[in-house]
Design a binder for this molecule. Structure first.
Ligand code: DP6
Length: 345
């Protein structure tokens, strides 16, 4: 008999960025992010315990068989078998879809791998196999997600979380993310994120290759110190309800991320002329108007415009007057802070 498990999980945006990793998907520095509302990957696992040949039969993305995805998932499953040996005896098929446009430049590896990891954690429960003993269900899902893509570890929890060991949060871990919402005042529930899609082309250099270039990077040590300082600033900014400090940390971290790419060997860049124009327009608007808004970038050309619900009217006007000539409304994806993953079968 074929059974199915389906989970829906969101992407996330890091305010302090994960950049650089060690063997075993261990981050070089701790990162803090929040999950995005409205956007999600939905991943269905079909499995049969009666077919003796285990492994991955087929992987589909947005309804189509996808060979690259199949290969990536096969590699991923090889890693998962080490902690969940029973899975290797089970025939799986995986079907995943995103509710955000393909090619919107929004990384789907975080949402995709976290939805898949939830499915695998549920499967372990259904088969009554003890996987990662001592951890609760969400920690297991986060650990399993991390093995697929580091940032996916942070898509498991609602709201904000930290991934990577830091003294600032005693329960933080390199192996799974830890939710930090208890430390965060409610003003941050009003955080909004309008994603300005500058480029729909695939990235010239993948994040995985970018992480690799952090090994022996000339600014590697400096980056680790900077991440720790920015983490302290962020924690304090959050607890003081200092939304400007929050936005400044988000911007500085994004600029650092791209500066590290520029200074790598070989150096490269993922931003486009429009990215730079949007960043300077956003800063200028904040300086002129005093409205609490700022930007964040991921490893790509798109700009995340961060703002708060109380400023909705001023932001709508700003988007219309200043942003739309460079990035028209059909290239905006409106999001906010999300409520995390859910099982939907
Ligand atoms: C720039 O998690 O995509 O988005 O672990 O190799 O899959 P892998 O990399 P990935 O890296 C994302 C890095 C980032 C910053 C961040 O999300 O913290």
């Amino acid at each position: 008999m074929i059974r199915t498990i389906t989970w829906k999980s969101p992407p996330n945006l890091a305010i302090v960025k994960y950049w650089g990793k060690r063997e075993g998907q261990i981050p070089m520095n701790p990162s803090v992010s929040f999950v995005l509302g409205n956007l999600a990957s939905t991943t269905r696992i079909m499995y049969s315990t009666s077919i003796s040949a285990g492994g991955l039969g087929l992987a589909r993305f947005n309804g189509r068989t996808d060979e690259r995805l199949t290969l990536r998932l096969q590699n991923y499953l090889d890693g998962v078998y080490q902690i969940f040996p029973g899975l290797s005896k089970i025939r799986l098929e995986v079907d995943t879809q995103n509710n955000f446009p393909h090619g919107a430049g929004i990384a789907s590896s975080a949402s995709g791998f976290s939805a898949l990891a939830f499915g695998i954690a549920s499967l372990a429960d259904e088969l009554q196999e003890e996987v990662l003993p001592g951890l609760n269900f969400l920690q297991k899902a986060s650990w399993l997600a991390r093995l697929g893509s580091g940032s996916a570890a942070r898509s498991v929890f609602q709201g904000f979380c930290v991934w990577g060991e830091t003294q600032l949060w005693a329960e933080s871990s390199n192996l799974y993310a830890y939710p930090i919402n208890a430390d965060i005042p409610s003003i941050f529930n009003e955080l909004r994120n309008t994603i300005l899609v500058v480029s729909e082309l695939p990235k010239a250099v993948s994040s995985t290759d970018g992480h690799r270039l952090m090994e022996n990077h000339p600014y590697g040590h400096g980056r680790q110190k900077q991440a720790e300082t920015n983490l302290q600033r962020l924690k304090l900014g959050l607890s003081n309800q200092d939304i400007y400090e929050f936005l400044l940390v988000a911007e500085e971290e994004s600029l650092s991320l791209h500066a590290l790419m520029l200074a790598a060997s070989p150096g490269y860049w993922l931003f486009k002329p429009e990215t730079l124009m949007l960043m300077s327009i956003i800063r200028q608007f904040r300086e002129d108007s005093g409205v609490a808004t700022g930007f964040s970038l991921d490893a790509g050309a798109n700009v995340h415009l961060l703002w708060f619900e109380k400023d909705r009217e001023a932001i709508q006007q700003f988007l219309h007057d200043k942003i739309s000539p460079i990035c028209p409304p059909e290239r905006w994806l409106v999001s906010g802070i999300g409520y995390g993953a859910e099982r939907i079968d």
